[in-house]
Design a protein around this ligand. Structure first.
Ligand code: SAM
Length: 286
């Protein structure tokens, strides 16, 4: 059948067994738990990729991913389809407001030897990383410390990280960013895209990290760990494990900020919850 024939052909509904198999594989490799309600998302994402590789059988494609020697290469492409990558600049204004307060309160201690070190976990296409970088630059610039920060973005998906590294966004993507920041920190290129300026880009870096494997990540001492809209796809016990690992990678006095309500009843002896704000955050004890 021709390539175009494949793109038009409707794939059959997944059976319950096929759904279980794929769901288990996704959870084992990424931590993402697909509920029954989200079965259609799993199915349509799989179908999209299966059409591209001209496969119309869920079982056959599963075998290819799990047992074929090239399976890992195909998995890297598939995982990009199976994850929700929705993001935007300044997605959660209350959280950014709090980060701003935190940087203001601690900025005296940051310098070139001890730069403000921020980690965006599950950063998707980079909007979160650049929002944090712009915010840090804006605050530290007042004290002539605009070179004393770095923001690292990590994600499981290599394609989305490549996009993030480019730092190039359409005007539509910038609308949630205050106008002043758009003008100061982005330049329009020939193709109507807006590029993050080099002064910001040079303070950012991106790397592939699967948050199921945080034990392999060095116990760095980040000042801010920002992990929003990621834990929501994981089961409760896994969220706890991930948060425990993140606390181990936070500097004393550091800030851990997660999505509002993403973990309501978690406690850890090394952190104190932030109270009285419209955010879910914790400060590591000194
Ligand atoms: C909905 S986006 C959130 C993006 C950003 N944090 C925000 O709030 O706008 C979720 C991101 O988590 C990433 N992700 C999902 N599972 C992951 C895992 N096991 N390890 C690392 N990143 C993962 C996805 O690839 C996706 O980019």
């Amino acid at each position: 059948m021709s390539q175009s024939g494949w793109t038009l052909k409707a794939l059959p509904e997944m059976t319950d067994e096929q759904f279980s198999l794929w769901r288990e594989l996704l959870e084992a490799r990424t931590g993402i738990y697909v509920t029954e309600q989200r079965k259609s998302f799993l199915q349509s994402s799989l179908m999209q990729r299966m059409r591209e590789v001209a496969c119309d059988n869920y079982q056959e494609y599963y075998e290819r991913i799990v047992h074929d020697p090239m399976g890992n290469i195909e998995w890297a492409k598939l995982v990009d389809r199976l994850t929700v990558q929705e993001t935007r600049f300044y997605r959660d204004p209350a959280a950014f407001e709090y980060v701003s307060k935190y940087i203001h309160a601690h900025k005296a201690k940051f310098d070139k030897k001890n730069p403000l070190d921020i980690w965006s976990v599950g950063c998707s296409s980079g909007e979160e990383v650049y929002s944090l970088a712009v915010l840090a630059h804006e605050i530290l610039e007042d004290d002539n410390k605009q070179d004393c920060f770095l923001v690292t973005g990590t994600d499981i998906s290599v394609p989305v990280l490549n996009k993030a590294r480019q730092g190039s966004f359409s005007q539509r993507r910038l609308v949630t960013l205050p106008e002043f920041y758009q003008q100061k920190y982005f330049i329009q290129d020939d193709s109507e895209q807006y590029q993050v300026i080099p002064e910001i880009k040079k303070h950012t870096c991106f790397a592939q990290v699967n948050i199921l494997q945080l034990d392999k990540v060095a116990k760095t001492t980040r000042h801010i760990i920002y992990c929003q809209n990621v834990l929501i796809y994981f089961r409760h016990w896994r969220r706890q494990e991930i948060l425990n690992h993140l606390v181990d990678r936070l500097a004393p006095g550091g800030l851990l900020l997660i999505g509002m309500g993403e973990m309501l009843d978690w406690q850890h002896p090394d952190v104190t919850p932030v109270k009285g704000e419209q955010i879910t955050a914790f400060i590591k004890r000194v």
